[in-house]
Design a protein around this ligand. Structure first.
Ligand code: ATP
Ligand code: MG
Length: 428
């Protein structure tokens, strides 16, 4: 960043370097409402409005850092949760934010592969088996600056079913990590494992495609999340428990009554619980990403999901954004490169950049335009340093200790083996 002219106490001061400004900011002499001359717009703007100055006001103390935990789930498998987690993490990291992406898909970990990392040094396995004491011990560097990864361990039955207390311990340790954003990539489905992570995050993000089955599963996911939350919170409350056990919410398929009906019923029995549930319903606001959108009018599928969730469950869903269907995504996956780095200007990358700018950073108008341009530029720079994974050249591709040995089409070479990450378990 070039030197900047700044007005301190209404007096124009000589140009400052970013290091000098950071020092002044930490001593309180330079504040977000001080004026800075902005080269691009040729006007004096408040420092807090200028994205490039974000880092100057950032606090370096990890203890006081404000972390946002996003859980990226939604029910349906194969809708893009993992690849969006990877590319969203890269987008946020390119803005100078400290980001950790976490593979919380306990049954089918593959976030590391989406990042082009074939053999993660540490995974959850070492954390759960206490080979590594702290969660911070299994945080891995990635080739992307500011972006770290906690890799999942696949193929271990015990890990796919941690106890509630283990999940709580994991979440509380996550919150101690040094990061601005922590993104949890959840598995498919609405098992309690997935739902517990979704509910424990600061922000639950639902990913769906605009297809009827995916929309339906996303609705069911929200319904089960609500049911789980209420049944845990009110497990000692007879009135709430008996209402939940009736066919209002617990039964699969069509709902016999809405959340409003349930609250009206409960109001007659327990006013206090009714008030608490109402407060939860208004604070629980999942966000929605519509992925693989082919045409603009498919957005209305997302609108109908929002309406159904509001009418039947009394929950508001906010859009985070929509991501275009883009055949480049598949190409990037095959070359083990996150799509945003493989082609920062592709349709999918542009829609993701727009989502980061408008849906997460809340920038619009001219600020939004500039912000988007900056993200694309930063990512383009980053993509030059991202190593190419040469699949043909990756040396050993499988292990004789594998129980599929002699019965596997990957054995003769060519592509990385999908179960090769069992290696640590075999103790190779
Ligand atoms: N915007 C997109 N454009 C084109 N294809 C996409 C897009 N998003 C995702 N895909 C395709 O969807 C596939 C599944 O993506 P991904 O593995 O991220 O889904 P997932 O929701 O994590 O799946 P699972 O539930 O099994 O974990 C990708 O391999 C890719 O081919
Ligand atoms: Mg996935």
């Amino acid at each position: 960043m070039a030197e900047l002219f700044v007005k301190l106490n209404d007096r124009e001061a000589s140009p400052y370097s970013s290091d000098e400004l950071k020092r002044l900011a930490s001593s309180g002499e330079f504040k977000e409402n001080d004026l800075v001359f902005h080269e691009d717009t040729q006007e004096w703007l408040q420092a807090g409005e200028i994205d490039e100055l974000d880092k100057i006001f950032e606090t370096e103390n990890p203890g006081t850092r404000e972390r946002t935990v996003f859980a990226i789930g939604g029910g349906k498998g194969g809708v893009g949760k993992t690849i969006l987690t990877a590319s969203l993490g890269i987008g946020l990291a390119s803005l100078g934010k400290k980001v950790i992406i976490v593979d919380a898909d306990l049954g089918g970990a593959n976030l590391h592969t989406a990042m082009g990392i074939l053999e993660p040094r540490y995974t959850f396995y070492q954390f759960y088996t206490l080979q590594r004491d702290k969660l911070s011990d299994i945080v891995l560097d990635t080739p992307v600056e500011n972006l770290k990864l906690i890799s999942g361990a696949c193929g271990t039955l015990g890990l796919a079913n941690p106890r509630y207390s283990q999940k709580q311990r994991f979440i509380s340790e996550l919150r101690q990590l040094d990061a601005d954003y922590i993104l949890l990539d959840l598995g498919a489905g609405a098992s309690y494992n997935v739902i517990d992570f979704f509910l424990a995050a600061d922000q639950g993000v639902l990913v769906t495609t605009p297809e009827p089955m995916a929309i339906q599963e996303t609705f069911n996911f929200v319904k089960i999340a609500l049911y789980r939350k209420l049944s845990r919170e009110f497990r000692n409350n007879q009135a709430v428990s008996s209402l939940l056990e009736q066919d209002l919410m617990a039964q699969p398929g069509r709902m016999a009554a809405t959340a409003t009906d349930m609250l009206n019923e409960l109001q007659k029995m327990d006013k206090n619980a009714t008030t608490k549930i109402k407060a939860f319903l208004s604070s629980f606001r999942p966000r929605l990403i519509l992925n693989m959108v082919h045409a603009h009018d498919e957005i209305k599928e997302g609108d109908s999901l929002k309406t159904a969730v509001k009418d039947l469950l009394s929950i508001d869903i906010d859009y985070m954004g929509s991501i275009d269907y883009d055949k480049n995504v598949r190409k990037s996956i095959k070359s083990l490169r996150p799509f945003i780095l493989d082609n920062p200007k592709s349709k999918a990358s542009r829609s993701l950049t727009k989502m980061i700018t408008a849906g997460i950073m809340k920038k619009s108008g001219f600020q939004g335009f500039k912000h988007k341009r900056r993200v694309i530029q930063n990512i383009t720079d980053e993509s030059k340093n991202f190593p190419k994974t040469n699949l043909k050249k990756s040396e050993i591709i499988c292990s004789v200790k594998c129980f599929y040995w002699n019965d596997c089409e990957y054995q003769d070479g060519g592509y990385p083996c999908p179960i090769r990450h069992l290696d640590p378990i075999f103790g190779r």
